[in-house]
Design a protein around this ligand. Structure first.
Ligand code: AMP
Ligand code: ZN
Length: 492
């Protein structure tokens, strides 16, 4: 079992292997923790999880590193506006990101590295670039990478950069897609901004240098695989290559994997377009965590995926089908023995499943033989032709399916409960779909919060909202009594 995966750098499917013969060293660009992630971000992390889990299934050891970008333009701007430190601002979003990974059952990498804890390594790298003549300082004290010092620039994205302006500079973290510019390695401190006083001056790192420094810190100068969303290919990954290879003269990463976008009506889901859903938005609307996972991984990573609610509904029923089947297998009593036709069907399904994933992680093709097997086995059970040995063989196929897809065990109620708990704390109970309260049962705290919201609405003379809350609660059997010392409620 080996994986052939599309390599952006070579432009073809390449076999994945650990150069050191021990563990596959891989780096995946992590989140910028300035807000909650949207499900487009999580599509990328989910597809990297599919990669991780399939490699583990093939018996490979992994050394997977992910950064947390906890200093950038947006974090600095937002923390200053909120009057708190960078860490105070970003810590809750970092925790929310890790919680969302758990909700989506995305495995944690072996190493998570925060940018702000690796400033020394970044400074050292910039010093090495300066010594190599590839970094220069401008009058304000910022440092830039000199693109002309790296003639191979553009080799990853295959962009034609012949029109590149020598010496033109850019200092924002994200910039236009088609211009190649000397980019900021280090930004001089501006009044009121968080900064680090270092040998190269007082300031803070640019975004690109973070990933070069942290990847090399944990994986060495040259490693096996680097992954991220398709928007990172240029300029972020191109810049990582330029910074790293200029210093080491070694290939930075051998293999580059890029996950294509999650779209909404044909456009990239993104914060700036305003066309996004967070994981929590969807959970509060009543969609299950497993369905979100299934919908976002079932279209292979090399295809863009258009997000629709119908897609979530389809994923929900696909999961229901597998779960019901597994219960039927596990709880049924079957005569001893094996039915050769079913043994053969299980063996073929397993082989086709592995073959599909081995071929560039084709998750869509990998699902198909599993559902075929379920159909065949259900018919066999109906006709009393499934025997105990077949049950075990089929359960083994399901286990191998779930080693990657991880949707069969039902953790959905717990994930939704956590989302409701968060909604209560964050004052977002009004966003919760009414059916969800009914499905989960309304806690005392949730009722208190709604009652308080109703009282506030009345104070603001928003009687429509106050009545709406009274009616919603009534539908769930909660009766409100207005009394002179406030509102009392009771369950019918
Ligand atoms: P960020 O937190 O913005 O740095 O993004 C985290 C990851 O999400 C990066 O790997 C991005 O490439 C990826 N990403 C952002 N938007 C989308 C999208 N609409 N679909 C898939 N991946 C995305
Ligand atoms: Zn990165």
């Amino acid at each position: 079992m080996t994986l052939r995966l599309f390599n952006t750098l070579s432009g073809q499917l390449d076999q994945i292997f650990a150069e050191d013969g021990k563990a596959l060293r891989m780096y995946a660009c992590g989140p910028t923790v300035y807000d909650f992630g949207h499900i487009g971000n999580f599509r990328t992390f989910l597809q990297i999880d599919v990669l991780r889990r399939f490699l583990l299934l093939t018996g490979m050891q992994l050394r997977h590193v992910m950064n947390i970008t906890d200093v950038d333009d947006k974090i600095i701007r937002n923390s200053a506006a909120a009057g708190v430190s960078l860490r105070e601002y970003s810590a809750p979003f970092e925790q929310a990101f890790l919680d969302d990974l758990d909700t989506l059952r995305i495995q944690h990498p072996e190493q998570i590295a925060r940018a702000t804890e690796h400033i020394d390594r970044m400074v050292e790298l910039i010093q090495n670039l300066a010594a190599a003549g590839a970094a220069y300082q401008t009058e304000d004290g910022s440092w830039y990478f000199r693109l002309s010092a790296f003639p191979a620039y553009g080799k990853l994205s295959k962009k034609d950069l012949s029109g590149m302006e020598d010496g033109a500079r850019v200092d924002v973290d994200e910039y236009e897609k088609d211009s190649a510019r000397d980019f900021a390695l280090w930004k001089a401190a501006k009044p009121g901004e968080t900064s680090w006083d270092t040998a190269i001056g007082n300031g803070r790192p640019g975004w690109h240098i973070e990933c070069s420094a942290m990847a090399m810190e944990y994986l060495g100068e040259s490693f096996d695989l680097h992954a991220g969303g398709e928007d990172l290919m240029f300029p972020h990954h191109e810049n990582e290559i330029a910074q790293s290879e200029t210093v080491t003269h070694k290939p930075f990463a051998r293999h580059w994997m890029h996950v294509r976008f999650l779209l909404v009506d044909g456009r990239k889901m993104s914060k700036s377009e305003g066309n996004f859903y967070t994981l929590r938005d969807l959970l509060l609307k009543g969609y299950k965590a497993s369905a979100i996972r299934m919908a976002l991984i079932s279209v292979p990573y090399r295809h863009q995926l258009n997000f629709t609610f119908d897609g979530l509904v389809d994923a929900t029923s696909a999961i229901e089908r597998i779960r019901t089947f597994k219960k039927r297998l596990a709880s049924g009593s079957f005569a001893a023995g094996e039915n050769p036709a079913l043994q053969e069907a299980a063996k073929n399904a397993q082989a086709e499943y592995i073959a599909a994933l081995s071929n560039d992680l084709n998750t869509a093709e990998a699902r198909a033989p599993i559902f075929d097997l379920i159909r065949t086995a259900n018919t066999a059970i109906d006709q009393s032709q499934l025997l105990a040995g077949d049950r075990d063989a089929i359960l083994a196929v399901l286990a191998s399916f779930d080693a990657v897809f991880d949707v069969i065990e039902d953790n959905d109620a717990e994930a939704t409960r956590r989302a409701l708990e968060w909604a209560e704390k964050a004052g977002k109970l009004a966003d919760v779909a009414p059916e969800l309260f009914a499905r989960q049962g309304l806690t005392d705290e949730a009722i208190d919060a709604l009652v308080a919201e109703r009282t506030a609405a009345k104070k603001q003379r928003n009687f429509a909202r106050a009545d709406q809350i009274r009616n919603e609660l009534a539908e769930k059997g909660i009766i409100l009594e207005d009394s002179k010392d406030g509102v009392r409620w009771k369950r019918k």
